[in-house]
Design a protein around this ligand. Structure first.
Ligand code: USQ
Length: 410
């Protein structure tokens, strides 16, 4: 699979909010390659946070102008771009929606790191202000524009918490039975109760309520994707040209667990398991992320239909098993470090993901050789790594210790 020169008969105008980020950029390329007309809105907040943290993507990502020029050269397709802060620039956002008249808006534009959201009161407040205002402004502007736009939002598996009473986590809605005063039993479906584990996850839980309200009040068509932890870095489109390369975060705030383990092994740093490593989480490869967004766009809810919720994950793994897998693949050494987070030391996780499978998703799993590909990318760019940025130093409470390997504690 490579470049797609056909224009879809069902070509749509799609605005991608946060289209410069780790999921947003490859999604924008994928949708453009499919023949959709794509317009990105981004405020480069993620790049500004790189500067704040003095931690850069391991891969040399290019500036937006260069990215868009490269894509046009490679594919012959143009992607539009507006620099806007969605949390602040409401009037400009409304103007763009009125002018571009999108069929779909894909919303990635939120601060997405749990550790970053827990660093300090400033970071907590920034994450809440940014994420909640951005989501609300988008919803409000869609209603104000008077257009029938399908909103596809990137949510998180973390809204559910990671423990259940032995049941599979359903796709958004929980069947319940209530007993009335007369003893009658009535069945209902409610939004699965949220149990966020960080300020970041809390904002995504609050997003769910905003979607519920705007769907109920304005009949807005909304799909909320509860995504697991993304691993991998390349997609079909980002591999087409070095200038299209995607981000690879490895630092203690933005690096996610599997990519961190692969990168740590590649640069000769201990694989940092937080606590016992008994935490079980849901995972998805970045190539499946972009495919899921495509499937969500192709399968919109009807007007007046309730918010459609998909669990966007393909497999679950225990952190310690991932560490062992990476260690075997790379001969990397494992370090059990203090857990800087407040989370269950051990949990089981069973997740329903039939909706995407029924729409045609063929999951890419850890077995597919792509772990080696991530390792190769990490080795290729290891000269760009700053090892001092690897430990997770953001703690959930003041009395916790950072996740630094004991031998390396100064
Ligand atoms: N962990 C380690 N060692 C590390 C890094 C992490 O043991 O070096 C552990 C953490 O303590 C945690 C687990 O690995 O138990 C996952 O951590 P993570 O940083 O990979 O993922 P998380 O903070 O949950 O956040 C990421 C994305 C977020 C997304 C979420 C999906 O940054 O945007 O919403 O994954 S989910 O985890 O399903 O809620």
């Amino acid at each position: 699979m490579g470049l797609n020169n056909k224009n879809l008969e069902t070509s749509k105008k799609i605005i991608v909010l946060g289209g410069d980020g780790f999921c947003g950029w490859p999604t924008s390329l994928h949708l453009s390659n499919l023949g959709h007309e794509v317009v990105i809105i981004d405020n480069f907040s993620r790049r500004k946070i790189d500067t704040e943290l003095e931690a850069e993507s391991l891969t040399p990502i290019q500036q937006m102008d260069t990215r868009l020029k490269a894509w046009e050269e490679v594919s012959g397709k143009k992607i539009g771009f507006y620099e806007l802060d969605l949390a602040d620039d409401y009037d400009q956002l409304l103007e763009v929606i009125k002018g571009e008249k999108p069929d779909v808006i894909v919303h990635f534009a939120e601060q997405r790191s749990a550790p970053y959201s827990m660093k300090s009161p400033k970071h907590k407040r920034y994450t809440v202000n940014n994420n909640s205002n951005a989501t609300h402004n988008v919803l409000c502007a869609i209603v104000e524009s008077g257009q029938d736009i399908h909103l596809v939002h990137l949510g998180t598996m973390g809204v559910y918490g990671y423990g259940t009473a032995g049941m599979k986590i359903p796709e958004g809605y929980l069947d319940i039975e209530v007993k009335t005063e007369t003893g009658e039993r009535i069945e209902q479906q409610i939004l699965y109760p949220t149990n966020p584990g960080s300020i970041y996850h809390m904002t995504k839980s609050q997003d769910q309520l905003l979607f519920f309200y705007y769907n109920k009040n304005d009949g807005m068509r909304i799909t909320d994707l509860h995504q697991g932890i993304v691993w991998g870095t390349n997609t079909v489109e980002t591999k087409l040209d070095e200038r299209l390369i995607n981000r690879f975060d490895y630092d203690g705030d933005y690096g996610t667990v599997l990519n961190r383990f692969l990168m740590q092994a590649a640069v000769g740093y201990p694989i940092t398991v937080h606590g016992t490593g008994g935490q079980t989480r849901a995972f998805i490869h970045i190539q499946d992320t972009v495919r899921c967004i495509q499937l969500a766009i192709e399968n919109p809810p009807q007007r007046e239909e309730r918010v459609m919720i998909f669990n966007q994950m393909t497999e679950t793994h225990r952190v310690q098993d991932l560490a062992k897998l990476v260690s075997e693949l790379t001969e990397g050494e494992i370090a059990y470090v203090p857990n800087p987070r407040k989370e269950a030391a051990e949990n089981d996780l069973h997740v329903e993901n039939n909706l995407f499978l029924s729409k045609g998703l063929k999951p890419i799993t850890l077995e597919e050789g792509l772990l080696q590909e991530v390792t190769d990318v990490a080795r290729k760019y290891k000269h760009r790594a700053d090892k001092s940025k690897i430990p997770a130093t953001s703690t959930w409470t003041k009395d916790q210790e950072p996740g630094i390997p004991r031998d390396l504690v100064k």
